[in-house]
Design a protein around this ligand. Sequence first.
Ligand code: PLP
Length: 432
Amino acid sequence: MALKTERSQHLYQQALDVIVGGVNSPSRSFRAVGGETPIFMKKAQGAYFWDEDNNRYIDYLAAFGPIILGHAHPEVTQAIQDTAANGVLYGTPTEKEVQFAKMLRQAIPSMEQIRFVNSGTEAVMTTIRLARAYTGRDKILKFAGCYHGHSDLVLVAAGSGPSTLGIPDSAGIPVSIADQVITVPYNDLDALKEALHHWGDQIAGVLVEPLVGNFGIVPPQPDFLAQVNQLSHDAGALVIYDEVITAFRFHYGAIQTYYHVEPDLTALGKIIGGGLPIGAYGGRREIMDKVAPMGPMYQAGTMAGNPLSISAGIACIAALSKPGVYEELEQKASTLVQAIEKLAEQYNITLTINQMKGAFSVYFSDEKVIDYEGAKRASSEQFAQFFRYMLAEGVYLAPSKYEAWFLTTAHQEVDIQFTIQAVEKAFQKMAE
Ligand code: PLP
């Protein structure tokens, strides 16, 4: 079935003229899946969205994570509408910010004090500055392939070898900044020990996605997080969890409350805004006391804690607190995963799936993926093929082999069955 995309193509040509690359975030481009025109959406409801050519898709992108309740969820929409009617930005404190901070702290107790910002990037960037302010050290250790937004320090990934001093992944990052970043492979405690042995007394913070969402879904090996804590603290470094993807994704709380390990600082984003722009960071009171106006570390924001994002966040988190929500998400994901594995066997397609509750990633690979190198080895060509066949069948996956499938509360059994049929058609064609 060929997809009709005339209007998307037309809009893309216009977009290329006025918007760099035609997209407002590179991850929306289709370059990684064959370089075709990205699909322009015009409307979304529940588990579906519709493009400018009126094609309907079942959405497993969930806007790269935030849309866990599906699109235009009535309670979130109502909260946004009610709030907008009373003005969208005051530049003053509001009661709802306090209410929301209390909700978050109750769910994630290590965040004794919280500050709202506007994005995950800002949240992580500020935790790094805070770790430096608190420890008086400059270096940061991060794990290869983990994405922490686009601030200078974290756009340094890995080279090969067990531990690597920073090589910028982006033009425009001074070498003097990249030099402050040490990268080691995820789930590799020996590499972590080696890096801490070399640079431990200069490291302000060890930054980690406690469960990776950025080279697919990759859980920590048993004891990995406990050891990260122990080894980092022994070296006098703070532990920073980037829970921008993971908070409220797998249970009501964060990965730290799921695995019962506590970082010193946490960064949040995505789901906690109910689809509106948001970020938040927080941690132990004595560390947060360094933040202005209490302390010497400056961080501010005209839009921070804006009433719309806060109201949408409260409505979203409240909906997620209802019994059975996460069990249902997991059950839907498991049905899909089992069906995909069975069909792969039937059509002789080699793949491996990492699932955590209501999220999973499909790697076209014959090995279990536990780190970035493993994820990189998965076939990009097969993923691109699969992506395009699924799109043509009306199933929208993230346009990258490194992204996850996210289930939402809006996906129904009929959508899951439709998706399984689409997978079968895609595998049939791939096997030809
Ligand atoms: N941290 C993680 C783990 C992320 O996945 C992302 C975005 O994908 C970010 C930080 C950056 O968040 P934002 O895109 O809201 O700036």
